[in-house]
Ligand binder design. Structure first.
Ligand SMILES: *[C@@H]1O[C@H](CO)[C@@H](O)[C@H](O)[C@H]1NC(C)=O
Ligand SMILES: *[C@@H]1O[C@H](CO)[C@@H](O)[C@H](O)[C@H]1NC(C)=O
Ligand SMILES: *[C@@H]1O[C@H](CO)[C@@H](O)[C@H](O)[C@H]1NC(C)=O
Length: 484
């Protein structure tokens, strides 16, 4: 049978179901014309003849999803159907050209900003507030771009790698400080992506491109707003999603990225009861506790399989740490029930992916955090372990002895409303409940500004990419509409 999801004009989504799957539920942002995402996505839930949801996979071939156009032989859309093994599927598609699906749908490359940020948020069904952003901004009564633009480079511009951004009339300008500014590309990319989607208020801010958060002053002192990928208990930086998440969202179904929050959901390894019941870890030697972890593994190989893939920070003593092992595909981590999350230089940026998989995470207590950690509770979303790993073996044993509880924690971690790749202003929460996308941070920050953001001396314009094969004619801005 066939289900036609939306009423179609120029493209339509066709879902055919086979076998025991006779009915389907279909929902998600990828069916809404107003939503613009790098990769659009929606969900399918398989339902059987009796009307009950499938809770295990109905099989790879249960659905065939096509996005077709009556007027175009080969649509420029790439579709992937990801089996989440629980009776539901994620269908994601990347468009390389604009289409009509009940209304015009712009693809990621379209520079067709929506004039109203509020309307954008409404379309995106954004949550009303974000606790971490509110907390980070709460230490500022006001922000003075004139002052900040001179004071921040004096404090941090000599020794740290920084980017000074101004967005003015929806154009992005930047000046860099420091030697190692390669990671700027992630910030540039996300800011360009956002300005293509929504007209932003004028705003001026600094982004820290280094690993460590910078603002160590007490909240009672004069604090400067610095955006960082990692926060800590001892600093006051404004935490934004990591460059890693940013890239994986922007490049979903792109050329280089294969690991992203959705692909993890479709590659969670064998079912829980068939997983290996050792704890698993791979990584490099970026912290003392990691050395301890590998030593522990060598002493207790049946509890814990931890090994280094790389030595860089410490001397590699093979008698203590064993030989280096080959990289393991991230998806293969989920052959094991217990995943260990241990800090590297700062917080380990694999945490959101580990949570999204179908294993339980044992997380080291740490002063470092990513933007979403405040939504995590120990024993609810992960099993806590001490900073010095002193109780690690005990906690693994606990998980083995309490299999159902461990499994529940794993599932809670997976589906809690926490895996938001809200990259800076847009938020994309990849979970079954669907909250996604907002410009909340930007608006809140802009509201605090008491002087006018300016394009400062030495700033350069960050250009929108021009290599788009199928340019858009924006209906929104009132120019002629041509939608293929
Ligand atoms: C079936 O799955 C859908 C989607 O997850 C859910 O909204 C619905 O409540 C489920 N129905 C039942 C009867 O559990
Ligand atoms: C589970 O993993 C451990 C560590 O990698 C390995 O030694 C053991 O053989 C595995 N057990 C099974 C049943 O595959
Ligand atoms: C950091 O702060 C969190 C939240 O207040 C706390 O749970 C954690 O123990 C602290 N960790 C360290 C190492 O300071």
């Amino acid at each position: 049978m066939q289900n036609f999801s939306p009423v179609y004009y120029l493209i339509s989504v066709l879902i055919a179901c086979f076998g025991q799957v006779t009915k389907t539920l279909v929902w998600g942002p990828g069916l809404e014309p107003n939503v613009v995402l790098p990769a659009r996505f929606f969900y399918i839930q398989a339902v059987d003849t009796k009307g009950s949801n499938f809770t295990t996979s109905p099989g790879e071939k249960a659905f065939e999803v096509n996005i077709v156009s009556p007027t175009e032989q080969f649509t420029r859309i790439w579709v992937q159907v990801l089996d989440r093994q629980d009776g539901s599927f994620v269908v994601r598609y990347r468009m390389y050209s604009p289409y009509i699906l009940r209304g015009p749908v712009y693809h990621e490359g379209c520079n067709c900003p929506q004039p109203s940020g509020d309307l954008w948020e409404k379309h995106m069904k954004c949550p009303g507030s974000f606790a971490q952003i509110d907390k980070d901004l709460s230490v500022f009564n006001s922000l003075d771009p004139d002052l900040i633009s001179t004071e921040v480079p004096v404090r941090f511009g000599q020794r740290q790698s920084l980017c000074h951004y101004t967005i003015k009339n929806n154009k992005v300008y930047v000046k860099t400080f420091g030697e190692h500014v390669g990671f700027r590309i992630f910030m540039d990319a996300i800011l360009l992506s956002i300005t293509r989607k929504v007209l932003l208020p004028d705003i001026e801010f600094f982004v820290n491109l280094g690993d460590w958060p910078l603002e160590k002053r007490k909240s009672t002192d004069k604090i400067h707003p610095i955006l960082s990928w990692c926060g800590s208990n001892n600093t006051r930086d404004i935490v934004m999603p990591t460059y890693d998440l940013t890239e994986s969202v922007l490049e979903t179904m792109g050329r280089y990225v294969s690991l992203d929050m959705m692909s993890v959901q479709a590659n969670t390894g064998p079912p829980w009861h068939q997983k290996n019941f050792s704890a698993f870890w791979r990584g490099r030697d970026s912290r003392q506790e990691r050395l301890e972890l590998v030593k522990l593994s060598r002493a207790h190989p049946q509890m814990l399989d931890a090994a280094f893939t790389n030595f860089f920070f410490f001397k590699h003593d093979e008698s203590l740490y064993g030989p280096l092992v080959k990289h393991v595909s991230f998806f293969d981590f989920f052959k094991y029930k217990y995943q260990i999350n241990i800090d590297g230089t700062v917080a380990a940026y694999r945490m959101p992916y580990l949570l999204a998989g179908d294993s339980v995470v044992l997380k080291q207590d740490s002063g470092y955090y990513e933007h979403f950690y405040s939504q995590l509770q120990p024993w609810e979303h992960y099993i806590p372990i001490r900073a010095d790993l002193g109780d690690l073996l005990e906690k693994i044993q606990w998980a083995k002895d309490h299999d159902e509880e461990a499994r529940r924690i794993s599932q809670k971690g997976q589906f809690a409303n926490l895996v938001c790749d809200y990259y800076l202003f847009v938020c994309v929460c990849v979970n079954i409940f669907y909250n996604f996308s907002c410009i909340y941070f930007l608006q809140k920050y802009a509201e605090l500004q008491v002087t006018e953001p300016k394009v400062r001396e030495g700033m350069e314009l960050v250009e929108q990419p021009t290599d788009d094969l199928f340019p858009c004619y924006c209906q929104r801005t009132g120019s002629n509409t041509v939608v293929i």
